[in-house]
Design a protein around this ligand. Structure first.
Ligand SMILES: [Zn+2]
Length: 491
């Protein structure tokens, strides 16, 4: 029996990776272990700033491209606006500046000179984009304006965590202007649906769409809508937001147009964004005790080819592995050949398992003889002996199966951890012992919302669409409820 057969004889639950803190022991430590060991990100010399390493950036890049295509297909164009916002511009919309003031970073010097007016480093770009829109919009014929930008923003955060909350992060921000309130509302909801479809299809993360309460609303918005996901520690993560800004910003920045009856009107605007947070959401939705699991659609490496290094493998196995690599690449599969000489196959299995590559393809002398390879799925560790003939289509299908399985598993988890709760003692106990989404009736008052947060640290994540059809009484005060809402502890 060749030596490799013994080495790769892995039972379904045997894990190759042992140096990651188990999730159940300390979720937060598990998360940081995965970020560090899978080489997704590292800390920089400025507190709260992260370096996104090539593998982490590769995931973001795939996600970005898949979303960018959707943004363009829905009629939007990309542009780029400056990083700096004059203080006077940031102060124009009162609610906006109040909301962002505590986390704005300022530039007060340029070279050796004190600036006459301090410049904010954008925490979001409404205040730099709206003055331009005011200049560009003259007539109803100039509308709608449908622009998106991919950029970095800075928010001076006190507590940071890689991908989830960092002082500087990457995102896209869409900024649109419309002639009517209805059009702006349609745009807000259209983008929310694009986000839902993108996050569920490409990242395999199920989300709930809904409206934010006034307390959780974007500073300066008329309404904020969001998609909320449930992480595997039972905490919610806001995965994307879409804001109907009404005429607040148009009035503050004087975005006016002449309508069809030659009357001057203020425009109606929206803004919307998703960020590198989504990489954190991928880690916390799909990862396990062996590390990361990357959904195939966004995996920088979908298939890792590991040659079994027995005997004179460089002469016997490696050439076959190389032609396999060529063949799979030609079929459009993102793959890599691990031909490192100084590591055993077992070590390599562990390394790629930790990085969450969806499928491992092993090839050894015996496989070459039999004209086959061994495929091992990262998500369920299922092993299959597959003929070399027709491998491309088999692998393509398998990657889709992994994508589907990850989404289904995440849906099951979310559903299992979404509970209707009608009394506050049960609410408190559940938030303490087994958090998740708690669907509760709420009277609509900010006082109840604040009191619940103070007592349990849980917040209303969204008022889900359609949830107002149920009738009941507020979980906190007992008054008549406006709707069931989703409460959770959140990132
Ligand atoms: Zn109440």
């Amino acid at each position: 029996m060749p030596s490799y057969v013994v080495k790769e004889n892995v039972s379904l639950d045997k894990r190759w990776v042992s140096e990651i803190t188990p999730k159940a022991e300390d979720f937060s430590k598990w998360y940081l272990d995965v970020v560090r060991k899978a080489e997704l990100a590292d800390y920089g010399s400025v507190k709260g700033c992260m370096i996104i390493r090539p593998y982490g950036y590769g995931i973001w890049e795939r996600a970005r491209d898949l979303l960018d295509r959707r943004i363009k297909d829905s009629g939007h164009e990309n542009a780029y606006f400056p990083l700096f916002i004059p203080e006077s511009a940031l102060k124009k919309e009162a609610e906006h500046v109040k909301g962002f003031a505590p986390e704005v970073a300022w530039v007060t010097r340029g070279g050796n000179e004190e600036l006459e007016e301090p410049l904010a480093i954008r925490p979001t770009s409404e205040a730099i984009i709206c003055p331009m829109y005011a200049k560009w919009v003259r007539s109803y014929r100039d509308l709608p304006i449908l622009i998106n930008q991919w950029a970095n923003v800075v928010r001076w955060e006190k507590v940071t965590r890689p991908f989830l909350r960092t002082t500087e992060f990457l995102w896209q921000e869409g900024h649109t202007v419309h002639a009517t309130a209805e059009e702006a509302q349609d745009e807000t909801l259209r983008i929310l649906e694009i986000y839902r479809e993108f996050v569920e299809t490409e990242l395999a993360i199920p989300v709930v769409k809904g409206l934010k309460t006034e307390r959780e609303r974007f500073a300066g918005a008329l309404q904020t809508y969001a998609i909320e996901a449930l992480m595997t520690d039972g905490r919610a993560l806001q995965a994307g937001t879409s804001h109907n800004l009404g005429q607040h910003f148009a009035k503050a920045f004087d975005i006016r147009f002449e309508d069809e009856n030659q009357q001057m009107q203020y425009g109606w605007s929206t803004s919307w964004g998703v960020s590198t947070r989504l990489v954190g959401a991928i880690i916390m939705t799909h990862g396990d005790d062996s590390g990361l699991i990357v959904p195939p659609h966004v995996a920088p490496i979908q298939v890792i080819i590991v040659p079994i290094s027995a005997g004179n493998w460089k002469e016997t196995v490696l050439p076959h592995a190389r032609s396999l690599l060529e063949k799979l690449r030609a079929a459009g599969i993102r793959c890599k050949l691990d031909d490192r000489d100084n590591y055993t196959p077992g070590w390599k299995f562990a390394d790629w398992e930790m990085r969450g590559v969806p499928v491992r393809c092993e090839i050894g002398p015996k496989d070459i003889e039999k004209k086959q390879v061994v495929l091992v799925r990262r998500d369920n560790r299922e092993k299959a002996f597959v003929p070399m003939e027709g491998l491309e289509s088999r692998l393509t299908a398998m990657l889709e199966q992994v994508q589907d399985a990850l989404f289904r598993k995440a849906c099951e988890f979310r559903d299992k951890n979404t509970t209707n709760v009608d009394t506050f003692p049960v609410f408190e106990e559940m938030m303490e012992s087994r958090p998740g989404f708690l669907r509760c009736f709420w009277c609509g008052s900010a006082e109840c919302e604040t009191a619940v947060k103070e007592k349990t640290s849980a917040t209303i994540r969204v008022i889900p669409f359609g949830a107002d059809e149920e009738k009941g009484t507020c979980v906190f005060c007992g008054k008549e409820a406006i709707s069931r809402v989703l409460f959770a502890k959140a990132y």
